[in-house]
Design a protein around this ligand. Structure first.
Ligand SMILES: [Zn+2]
Length: 158
């Protein structure tokens, strides 16, 4: 067989060339279809990838950080009792509205500490979560503000 092909190589090549010419139409549609099919496949792959990695694809870094802050705040609030620690809170039994609750340094050096850690809130939150000495508490916005004024923590009221 091989020997036959060898002997008739020129002949076979000529035959194939002629065959392709005669079936030109068929060949071009076949190639086009193949490309189209591939294109669809690729689109389908991309669509699937995006669906499977929806979170990574749609969430920007900023959104991710916000999500991170929120989750840490929830953990901190749970650790510190989920309500205003001031026994004289204006809200009976202590304010529990998460929108009004703030993390406060018991000894009033939150501002100093804030400066020490820059604006790296995540680091600050990590410190609050790791604290075992009771240095932090939750106060509602009212109580926190009143405490700041009474302790002269806010320079405006000094
Ligand atoms: Zn309060």
């Amino acid at each position: 067989m091989e020997r036959w092909r060898e002997a008739n190589r020129e002949h076979i090549r000529e035959y194939e060339r002629k065959y392709r010419q005669d079936h030109k139409e068929h060949y071009s549609t076949w190639r086009k279809n193949r490309y189209q099919g591939h294109k669809e496949e690729e689109k389908e792959y991309q669509r699937k990838y995006q669906q499977e990695h929806k979170e990574q694809c749609s969430i920007t870094h900023k959104e991710y950080m916000v999500k991170c802050y929120r989750e840490m705040r929830v953990k901190i609030f749970a650790k510190l009792g989920n309500k205003c620690s001031n026994p004289n809170c204006l809200v009976p039994n202590g304010c529990r509205d998460i929108r009004c609750l703030q993390i406060d340094h018991v000894h009033g050096n939150g501002r100093k500490e804030g400066r020490k850690f820059g604006v790296n809130t995540i680091k600050y939150y990590e410190r609050v979560l790791a604290d075992t000495e009771g240095n932090y508490q939750i106060l509602c916005a009212n109580c926190n503000w009143i405490k700041k004024i009474e302790n002269h923590e806010n320079s405006k009221y000094r």
